[in-house]
Design a protein around this ligand. Sequence first.
Ligand code: AMP
Length: 337
Amino acid sequence: MSGIRPTGFLHLGNYFGAVQNYVRMQDEYECYFMVADLHSLTTHPDTHLLKQHAIRVLCEYIACGLDPEKVALYCQSHVPETAELYLFLNMLAYVGELEKTPTFKEKVRAQPDNVNAGLLTYPVLQAADILLHRAALVPVGKDQEQHLEMARNYVNRFTHRYGPVFPEPRAFNFGEELVKVPSLDGSGKMSKSENQLATIYLNDDDELIRTKIRKARTDSGSGAAGSGAGGAGDPGASKPESVANLFLLMKLVSPASTLQKFEADYQAGTIRYGDLKKELGEDMVKFIAPIRERAVGIRADEAYVRRVMEQGAAKARSSAKVTLQEAKEAMGLNYYA
Ligand code: AMP
């Protein structure tokens, strides 16, 4: 089970941190993937834009390879059972620990005039989404590790107080490690809202992709043996962050042989960053363009999108109802049983 907030366009971080794993999981597991529209209400989105973004995320899921016949693809707000479980879990979540959550502290800094209670209990709502389907594996990026830890705490508290209903969920990635896709300005991660020129969106057109990569920060040197990295004659030096980030992106979208060539140039101190960026730009266009084009085609078929949403919500609700029934029985809320 996993989800993405419809707060803007999906980007390369969402793809490699989350959606790529969703797609790989769909053949092996029973999966629930949703558009986290309730979560996005914490930042009071424009009503009209919310609708557009929610539909867009759903279409981009399908464009990335999710099959609505195999997985439940739905909008969070179409599964009202989420709110009921959220309420139960709120009784097991402590204000002190919620206030210490780094993502909450970040939001308080970013929007001091809108520190609403939904923001504080954001991780509880997330736990409700996951536990509603008793999901064990949650494909997310590295930035979500702490929230998963909190969900496990709620499971343990619930089990201790009422008995075993929920498994402990954990973050999941098919690779060795959770992924963090860095931004192109050499600091932080790609994101829906911050520094849009430093983030590659699945919706970007070819020219924009090339421009963003061309403008990405690099280094003034010519590799490990040049002046930029660890200084002249220092082939073992680690790469400056901005350069390492470009190599990471290349690893994600380019053929292995391309990566090897530029790695060798870097080590020899003969690398030309202009060439690297040109190659990376072309490989990025090849990667993004088919997804973008498929998403446009899917969005044009409104009846299909609506059918997918309704079918996904029906699947998710039937799983949610069974879980809620068991949770309520465990909590002693089944008065006529
Ligand atoms: P959000 O965009 O915050 O709703 O996040 C949706 C999913 O994308 C979560 O699983 C995040 O962990 C993942 N994600 C967002 N940004 C990145 C990034 N730059 N690198 C890796 N994963 C990311």
